[in-house]
Design a protein around this ligand. Structure first.
Ligand code: FAD
Ligand code: SF4
Length: 466
């Protein structure tokens, strides 16, 4: 597979970012795709490992057949490579853009791992451009009707597989556009929304129905033979600080959703960072998306607070390959803040202690405090930051109460709908998948879980038919 000496001859080359000053002027795709010759070169670096960790449990949750499609890509057999990719990957145009590429860190080339994510994106976009991706309508229908609640990656993956297996699938979605966090959450520059819309059009042409702006009601589900709940883990973790109801305090997903709505409609979003001093609470990926979005909206300044200490620059002995490396990364938004503000926006081991407001309860400042190793506030370390917009990106604590109470379901201690036996079937004809079942995770894991739920629901329906 690949070229025996490819990894010795060629350096790893990723799709580069557009320059900060250019990309900050719009919400367009961050990356510049590389030409075919570069992709073939990069695919040739995949080196026929005895044990391909990239497709093991350490690597890709979809168990993508990475060495096989890299080899075909290297040899110029692009259509065959794409077919091989699509055997396990339902939507490579999403994972090729937003996956953290667990496979690349599990690659035997370690920090110089093969650029599987960019290769995957090249193949699927080539497929769309060449017209190889066409609706695949099932040859026959089972006569069974399946409802999928929620159209995030888990719901889309479950719907896609159930449809391919011949069931008639209806996706019920509360939001006005399908995609879950792919649409309203992950910003347009990471995943352009036309890419999500393109996949939805394809699924519709394949026979999947979407009911949008519709809250799932249990009574309306009697028409279905199986129901797969994929409502996400959308209950945000809050801060224990007085004044959280002040004007200018906002949860990250609400802010990012409004920003995407603004990009798509051309209107002014309900919440905007324009001209404001912004403080983001949470040093993770969602916090980084808030930093990048606030800069594009023209904020006056942005600071990102993180409770934990900065991770080490290199792996520690307790975090060996092929585990995911828990090391310091500087993501696109932070790079943009450094370019604009001349300094890293991240402040570690620090949180918000108090909020300052004016006479009309509008946010004017945030008092921050440093934390010791036990996460206790250190007296005398307080600092007041100007702040008219405080974005809470402190993670999620499980699925929402309204969906649980509507369906009469109880989540576990971690807010998940995870059956005790580890399967996807909750009770009767109801199954769960994605973040709702596993807790807050990744797109690729939600896709894998949605497919696993579909396989289980299909087997259950077939047993009933037998
Ligand atoms: C800001 C942000 C950025 C992220 N960036 C990345 C990234 O770059 N890469 C990555 O791998 N992961 C990322 N993630 C995580 C990833 O988006 C999630 O793990 C994934 O979307 C979970 O998929 P899901 O289908 O389980 O749920 P969701 O995507 O949350 O979708 C759930 C859907 O269900 C709908 N719904 C809920 N209840 C009901 C109901 N009762 N009736 C009707 N509809 C309902 C919701 O409206 C929603 O559309 C990010 C998360 C956030 C918050
Ligand atoms: S989905 Fe993610 S982990 Fe799997 S092959 Fe693609 S980039 Fe790698």
């Amino acid at each position: 597979m690949g070229k025996a000496t490819g990894f010795l001859e060629y350096q790893r080359v990723e799709n580069p970012y557009r320059a900060e000053q250019a990309r900050l002027r719009d919400f367009d795709d961050l990356h510049i795709p590389q030409p075919e010759a570069q992709r073939r070169c990069q695919a040739s670096r995949c080196m026929n490992c005895g044990v391909p960790f990239c497709q093991s449990d350490f690597g890709c949750p979809l168990h993508n057949l990475i060495p096989e499609w890299n080899d075909l890509l290297y040899r110029g057999q692009e259509r065959e490579a794409l077919e091989r990719l699509l055997q396990t990957a339902p939507f490579p145009e999403f994972t090729g853009r937003v996956c953290p590429a667990l496979c690349e860190k599990a690659c035997n080339l370690a920090e110089e791992g093969v650029t599987n994510r960019d290769n995957e994106l090249y193949l699927i976009e080539r497929g769309f451009a060449k017209g190889w991706i066409q609706p695949r309508v099932p040859a026959s229908r089972s006569g069974r009707r399946v409802a999928v609640i929620g159209s995030g990656p888990a719901g889309l993956a479950a719907a896609d597989l159930m449809n391919r297996l011949g069931h008639s699938v209806t996706v019920i979605e509360r939001a006005d556009r399908p995609g879950g966090l792919l649409m309203y959450g992950i910003p347009n520059m990471k995943l352009p929304k036309e890419i999500v819309a393109r996949r939805i059009r394809l699924m519709e042409a394949e026979g999947v129905s979407f009911r949008l702006s519709t809250e799932a009601e249990p009574c309306a589900l009697s028409e279905f033979d199986a129901v797969i709940l994929c409502g996400g883990a959308r209950k945000p973790r809050s801060l224990r600080v007085e004044g959280m109801d002040a004007q200018g305090v906002c949860f990250a997903v609400d802010y990012l959703s409004a920003a995407t709505w603004g990009v798509l409609s051309g209107g002014e979003p309900a919440v905007s960072a324009r001209g404001k001093h912004v403080v983001v609470v949470g040093g993770g990926d969602t916090g980084n998306d808030c930093v990048g979005t606030a800069l594009r909206q023209g904020c006056a300044s942005v600071t990102q607070l993180e409770m934990m200490p900065a991770p080490p620059a290199l792996r520690t002995d307790q975090n060996p390959w092929p585990e995911w490396p828990r090391v310091l990364r500087t993501d696109y938004g932070q790079l943009e803040a450094i370019a604009v503000q001349g300094m890293d926006p991240r402040v570690y081991e620090t949180t918000v202690k108090a909020l300052l407001t004016d006479g009309q309860h509008r946010l004017t400042g945030a008092v921050t405090v440093r934390l010791d190793a036990q996460h206790r506030p250190m007296p005398g370390t307080e600092r007041t930051l100007p702040c008219e917009l405080l974005l809470i990106a402190a993670g999620f604590v499980g699925c929402e109460e309204r969906t649980l109470s509507a369906f009469g379901l109880t989540a576990d201690a971690r807010g998940r709908l995870l059956p005790e036996d580890g399967t996807h079937r909750l009770m009767g004809k109801i199954f769960s998948a994605g973040d709702m079942r596993t807790g807050q995770s990744l797109v690729v894991r939600a896709l894998a879980d949605g497919r696993a739920a579909a396989r289980e629901a299909d087997a259950w329906l077939r047993r009933k038919d037998a």
